[in-house]
Ligand binder design. Structure first.
Ligand SMILES: [Cu+2]
Length: 435
């Protein structure tokens, strides 16, 4: 065996253009949101990749940097793209302070290549390089992550995407114009600190796509009438209902590969459960800037979205001045809802992502976390992934303020109809309950 392939390290957090294959079987490459695909070298018909597990610093959104563990300079690691039937050899060099492995989530492979420390192999000690080798047997959407001290290593950001493209035409796989992918991940980073808390089980405060949070997540930019595929993998500890505005989509692939067309139905939200992969497809036939996000509203917030008391309806006037005499930084939020926070510049510790931010052409977007925008444009060039800027709405197509007379209230007449003071529920087993 020749020397190791030189590891390729990426320092940019930008979405890299698709990596068009220059050797091996041809395929239509994917675009990894705020990520990149790992180059390979061919060695006697084997595709050789080199992953380096190492500490990295990931800028999760502009100005907010977190100490993570990842691969080849970033968390997540680079996307690995191969073709069904490819023989793949992956060198994994461990530059972490502790042992690791890589599990190739979803793949069919020899048992000894499955990457679970203790069962399938000894863990890769710090400073050592191990080799994984197998054939990419089925096309589909996969992930990779450690299976050694995984609670710590995944909480620190060690994960990556894997796409096996079909060899030739596949009856259940469409050719698409754009093919995006990203991982759902989550971190617990105390405001003002830089390193995730690794023992957190459920109370994460940073909900991210590819270790980025809005407005640090790039937009998905497509041309009108493009056929678009979006692949999503979930390596958090909860499920994420992923929702696209303005279009219906089909789930064309799951963990097990492409779904038979007879099993597909249209949706606008699909739940991606823990450890799952989903690929959705649609024709982008509505121009505009369409929100694309997790539908759990706390997941479109950054840190400090939790443990805030509900103050809606509480009148604080007078009280704030009194408290500020003893605590000058004291501020009250939320008596008219929390929308003010989208534009508020409040004193927050250094290296803390604002709770919600990002500005659109009409003002603050009031989102953080797992949120981006799907931009459909007539004049987006094929193969161009650049952000086209805000959508220019045709005149008369934007919601507007009513400036005529207010309509007469109609509630008065309804109020006279007698409503029961309470309801009587009859349960099937015959018990009567008063509610
Ligand atoms: Cu979510």
């Amino acid at each position: 065996m020749a020397a190791l392939p030189e590891p390729v390290i990426q320092s940019s957090v930008d979405t890299a253009p698709p990596l068009v294959p220059n050797s091996g079987r041809p395929y239509n490459p994917v675009v990894t949101l705020n990520g990149w695909s790992l180059p390979w070298r061919m060695n006697n018909g084997v595709k050789e990749f080199h992953l380096v597990a190492e500490p990295v610093v990931r800028e999760m959104s502009p100005g907010f940097k977190v100490n993570m563990w990842g691969y080849n300079g970033q968390s997540p690691g680079p996307t690995i793209e191969v073709v069904e039937g490819d023989r793949v050899r992956i060198f994994v060099t461990n530059r972490l302070p502790e042992h690791t492995t890589i599990h190739w989530h979803g793949q069919r492979l020899p048992n000894g290549m499955d990457g679970v420390a203790g069962i399938n192999q000894p863990a890769i000690p710090a400073g050592k390089t191990f080799v994984y080798e197998f054939e990419a047997r089925r096309p589909g959407t996969f992930m990779y992550h450690p299976h050694a001290d995984e609670m710590v290593q995944m909480a620190m950001g060690m994960m990556g995407f894997w796409v096996t493209h079909p060899k030739g035409k596949h009856p259940h796989i469409n050719e698409v114009d754009r093919d995006f992918c990203f991982l759902l991940n989550a971190f617990d980073v105390e405001p003002g600190s830089k390193t995730p808390k690794v023992a957190t089980m459920t109370d994460f405060n940073i909900w991210s796509w590819n270790s980025r949070i809005f407005p640090g997540i790039d937009t998905l930019n497509v041309r009108l009438n493009d056929r678009v595929r979006i692949r999503v993998g979930n390596l958090t500890m909860t499920n994420h209902p992923i929702h696209l505005h303005g279009h219906e989509f089909l789930v064309t692939g799951t963990d097990g590969g492409p779904t038979p067309p007879s099993t597909r139905w249209y949706e606008v939200t699909t739940d991606v459960a823990v450890g799952q992969m989903r690929q959705i497809e649609l024709i982008a036939d509505e121009e505009g800037d369409w929100a694309f996000h997790c539908h759990k509203s706390h997941h479109t917030m950054n840190a400090m979205g939790h443990d805030v008391p509900t103050m809606i309806g509480v009148d604080h006037r007078g009280l704030v001045n009194k408290i500020q005499r003893v605590a000058p930084d004291y501020m009250v939020m939320g008596e008219r809802g929390m929308a003010d926070m989208g534009e508020m510049q409040m004193p927050i510790p250094d290296n803390t992502a604002p709770m919600m931010t990002g500005t659109g052409q009409f003002g603050p977007i009031e989102m953080g976390g797992m949120f981006s925008v799907f931009k459909v444009r007539k004049d987006q060039k094929p193969g161009d992934y650049k952000d086209p800027g805000p959508y220019k709405h045709p005149s008369g197509t934007v919601a507007y303020e009513w400036s005529g007379a207010a309509p007469a209230p109609s509630r008065a007449s309804q109020a006279t109809s007698a409503a029961p003071a309470d309801a009587t529920a009859v349960k099937p087993n015959g018990h009567k309950g008063r509610h």
